[in-house]
Design a protein around this ligand. Structure first.
Ligand code: ADP
Ligand code: MG
Length: 246
C-alpha cells in the first residue's frame, strides 16, 4: 500500500475522517497507521507484536508522529482507546535518543496520573515495554514511603517515574533525585486530575520542570477545564480529538 509520505493533503484529510479524528494546532504531522512506519526500534516492534496489537489505534496513529516530531500534544479519546502506549512508546524513543545516559543521572520522563491505581497500571505497562531497553521505571504515589521512594530513585536510578501529583511535588521538594534532566512530561487523565482538585499541583509540577521540556496531556473528555490546564503547561500543542467525547 501507499507510503504515508506520499499522501497528499486531501488524502490526509480523508484518512483523518476515516479514523474519526479531528486535529488542530499549527502544522500537525500526518497520521501513521502501521507500526512498521513509526520508525521504532526492532525490539519495540517485537514487543508490540507480542502484545498482539494489529495496528495503532486512531489516537496512537495521530499522536505518536506528533510526539516523535517533538511537539506538545493534547490528546482526547475515550477510555480504552490506547492512550497509555501513545505516550509510552515515544517516551522510550525519547530516552533512547539521550546521549551518554548513565544510571543515576536522574529521570528523563515523568508521567503524572491522578490515582495510585492508575500509577500502578501505567507502571506495569511501562515495565512491559522498557525491560528490553534496560530502561528503569519507578512508581511513586502517596501512601508509599517517601524515603523509600527517594532511596529507590537514588540507588537504582530510573529513567521513567510514574507518579501521583502530590508525591512528585514532595520528591522534587526534598530533592529526592536530580530532576533537572526531565525533558518529557506527561499528564494523563487530565479531566480526573481536575475533578480530584489537582489543578494547583499540575501547575506547580509544570513550573518545576525545565521549561524546554516536551509536554503531553491526555484526557477522556474534552472540557473547558482541560483546555485551561493545557494552556498552562503545553506550548503550541497539536490538539487531537478522537470520536465523540463529552
Ligand atoms: P486509555 O488510556 O485510552 O483508556 P489504555 O492505554 O488503557 O487506554 O488501553 C486500553 C487497552 O487497549 C489496554 O489493554 C491496551 O493494552 C490495549 N491497546 C493499546 N494499544 C492497542 C493497539 N494498538 N491495539 C490493540 N490494543 C491496544
Ligand atoms: Mg488511560
Amino acid at each position: 500500500h501507499k507510503d504515508i509520505s506520499d499522501l497528499n493533503y486531501i488524502e490526509v484529510v480523508r484518512l483523518r475522517e476515516k479514523l474519526n479524528i479531528q486535529v488542530g494546532g499549527g502544522s500537525p504531522p500526518k497520521p501513521v497507521c502501521s507500526f512498521a512506519h513509526f520508525g521504532f526500534d526492532k525490539r519495540l516492534i517485537e514487543a508490540i507484536r507480542k502484545s498482539e496489537y494489529e495496528q495503532p489505534t486512531p489516537i496512537q496513529a495521530q499522536a505518536i508522529p506528533a510526539i516523535l516530531a517533538g511537539r506538545d500534544v493534547l490528546g482526547i479519546a475515550k477510555t480504552g482507546s490506547g492512550k497509555t502506549a501513545a505516550y509510552l512508546w515515544p517516551a522510550i524513543v525519547h530516552i533512547m535518543d539521550q546521549p551518554d545516559l548513565k544510571p543515576g543521572d536522574g529521570p528523563i520522563a515523568v508521567i503524572v496520573v491522578p490515582t495510585r491505581e492508575l500509577a500502578i497500571q501505567v507502571y506495569q505497562e511501562a515495565k512491559r515495554f522498557c525491560k528490553m531497553f534496560n530502561i528503569n521505571v519507578i512508581c511513586a504515589y502517596g501512601g508509599g514511603s517517601k524515603w523509600e521512594q527517594q532511596n529507590e530513585l537514588q540507588k537504582e536510578g530510573a529513567e521513567i517515574v510514574v507518579c501521583t501529583p502530590g508525591r512528585i511535588i514532595d520528591l522534587i521538594k526534598i530533592k529526592a533525585t536530580n530532576f533537572t534532566r526531565v525533558s518529557f512530561l506527561v499528564f494523563d487523565e487530565a479531566d480526573r486530575m481536575f475533578d480530584l482538585g489537582f489543578e494547583p499541583q499540575v501547575m506547580s509540577i509544570s513550573k518545576n520542570i525545565r521549561p524546554d521540556r516536551q509536554c503531553l496531556m491526555f484526557s477522556a473528555t474534552f472540557q473547558p477545564k482541560v483546555e485551561r490546564l493545557a494552556k498552562e503547561s503545553l506550548c503550541n500543542p497539536v490538539r487531537i480529538v478522537h470520536g465523540q467525547v463529552g
